[in-house]
Design a protein around this ligand. Sequence first.
Ligand SMILES: Nc1ncnc2c1ncn2[C@@H]1O[C@H](COP(=O)(O)OP(=O)(O)O)[C@@H](O)[C@H]1O
Ligand SMILES: [Mg+2]
Length: 496
Amino acid sequence: MADLEFSNIYKHFNGVYALQNASFSCDRGEVHALLGENGAGKSTLIKILSGAYTADAGEIKLFGRKLGIRKPTDAMNCGIGTVYQELSTIPDLTVSENIFIGRIPQNKIGYFQKKKLYQMTAELFREYDVHDIDPDAPAYKLSLSKRQTVEIMRVLSKKPDVVILDEATSALTENKVRWLLSLARKLADENRIVIFISHRMAEIQEVCDNITILRNGMTVGEMNVKDVVMDKVISLMLGRKIEGYFPDVVNSVIDEKLLEVRNLTYTQILNSVSFDLYRGEVLGLGGLAGQGQAELLLAVFGIVRPKGEIKLDGEPHKIKTPQESLKKGIALVPEDRGAQGLLMSFPIGYNISLPSLKKMTNGPFLDKKKEKDTVSAYMNSLQIKAESSEMAVMNLSGGNQQKVVLAKMLATKPKLLLMHDITRGVDVGTKKEIFSLVRDLAKEGCGIIYFSTDIEELVNLCDRILVMYDGRIGAVLSGKDMTKENIVSASIGALP
Ligand SMILES: Nc1ncnc2c1ncn2[C@@H]1O[C@H](COP(=O)(O)OP(=O)(O)O)[C@@H](O)[C@H]1O
Ligand SMILES: [Mg+2]
C-alpha cells in the first residue's frame, strides 16, 4: 500500500463535475507530478486533500489511515501543507508576520516578540537557502516571485509531511525556479511526500519521479518519469493531438508609428530605453525576468512615471492614470491577475465589462443588453469555460481566469495592447487560442507589445523582438536574426 492514496474521488460544483473518478498514489521520498490541461481538476483534487473542499465520494488514505478532513486546520494537523496556485500573502503584513501568521510568539502578558519573530524567520530562511528577502519588509513591496517564496516558506515553517506545490513555479523568476526544484528534491530526500503541479515539462522531468495525468476530472495515465514520451503525454492530456501550435505569422505591419519611446529612464530599473512600435506589429519583449520589462509596460500604461518621452500616434503621451490610458486606447494585461487584473470575488461578467462600461451606454444609462451581449461575445470567442457569466472569477481555473483578463482588455477595443507574460501557468490548449488571438489583433491593426519569458513564443509569434538586459535594450532582433540562440545570448548580455 502506498503512503498516500486517493481512490475514486468525485466532486461536483452545481451539477458540473470537476472530478469524476480521480485516483493516484505516491510514497514518501517521492516527488509526484499532477499534469493536465487547465480545468482538468488538479487544484480541486489537492484542495480536497488540504481541506478547502470536501469530496462527494471516494477516499484518501495517508500512511494507511483513512483521512476525514473537513477543514484546512484538519489537514494541517495531519501534516499536509499546501502552496496554493493563487497567492494569498497579506500586503500590509511583513514577511515574517505572513509566514508565522496565527503563530506569532508572545510573551507572558501577550506582547508580540518582534525580535524572536525575526530570528525565527531568519533561521527558516537559512535552512531553506533564501537570501534575498528581508523578514521585516512589508509584503506589498515584494515582487510576485518573492511573495511566492514567502508563501512557500509559510508552508514549510509548519514542517509538513506532505508538501503540495500547485503551479508554484509559474510565479517565480528563473533563479527561484532553480531554487524550488532543488528544494522539492531536498524535501523528498528528507522522506516527505511532494506533490508538484506544473505545466512545464522540463521541470517535471528534472525533479519528479512519477506522473499522474488528469483529463476532465479523471485519471487517464500514470507513469514513471523515465518512461515519458512527450507525444504520448500530450495526447493523454488533450485526448487529441494539437496541430499548428503556433499560428502562421502573416506580416501585418503598417508603416505608421503607433508608439515612439525615447530615452526612458527610471531609477536603476530603466536605462535610456528607446524604440518604435508600428501599427499591426507584434513586438516581442524578451530577456530574463526582472530586467525592466514590467516597468516598461507600466510606464507606457501610466502607472510608473519615468523620465524621457513617449509619443502615441505622433502626439506627446503624458498620462497620469491608467483610466486615461484606457481612454486613449491602451490596454494592459498585468503581471499579477489577482492583485492588478481581476476582482476575484466578483462575477466574470462584471470583471469583463468594468473598464468599458462607458462604451455601453444608452444616453445617460447603462445599456444592460449591450453589456450582456459584449460579455457573452467575449466568453464565446475566448471559450471561457464557466456555467454562466454570474460565476465568481475565483472559482475558475487559472487559464480561464487569464482569459477573463484578456476579455476585459479586449472589450475596451485597444489600439495598443501591452501583454505581460500572459501564458504563464496556462495550459497548451489555451495558449494556442491566445496565440491566434494575438495575431488576429495585429491583422486588425492593433500594435502589441508581447512580453514573454518563453523563448519559443517570442520566436514564433512576433514580428520583431527587443531583448532587455539590465534595464537597457540589449538587442533588437528581426528577420532571420530572431533565433533562440540570439535571444539567450542577448538575455545574459553576451550579444555585442
Ligand atoms: N469553487 C468552484 N465552484 C465552481 N466550479 C469550480 C470551483 N472550483 C473549481 N471549479 C471547476 O472545476 C474544474 C476544475 O478546476 P481546477 O481543479 O481548478 O482545474 P486545474 O487546477 O486542473 O486547472 C473547472 O471546470 C473549474 O471551473
Ligand atoms: Mg489549478
